[in-house]
Ligand binder design. Sequence first.
Ligand code: FAD
Length: 117
Amino acid sequence: KLENATAKAELGRASWKLLHTMMGRFPEKPSADESLALKTYIQLFARLYPCGECASHFQKLIKKYPPQTSGRNAAAGWACFVHNEVNKRLKKKEFDCNNIGDFYDCGCGDEDKKGSK
Ligand code: FAD
């Protein structure tokens, strides 16, 4: 089947949005089990990502920069960093990772003890 750049980009935006929003809700002080769950999720995400070319690049990227899952800030910072690595490869603008804090709002309406996102 022919490449459809519009669909590929749409999938990318949706996927990044989910990934960054998930990081913003990851516990500040996760248990070992929660940290392992996030690490495993990211590894499987990289393996199963539907665009094969993207998946194979991203797998190399996370080998070089292993997922940081010791807490929310580390995880959000890591995801922002690897997204920027993908941005660089695709010749896109770099995102300022200092602004990541309030950018991804879950909209869930349930309590997040600290931060109320
Ligand atoms: P996106 O990169 O999708 O970003 C969406 C929004 O997120 C931006 O508008 C901005 O507000 C914000 N943002 C930007 N950078 C960051 C950051 N560093 N941290 C947090 N938020 C940020 N496409 C390809 O053509 N080839 C590939 O090999 C490829 N690999 C990919 C691998 C993965 C794992 C994913 C999830 C996507 C991949 N994509 C790939 C898709 C590509 O990254 C973009 O999603 C797509 O091109 C749409 O780009 P965009 O300019 O709309 O912004």
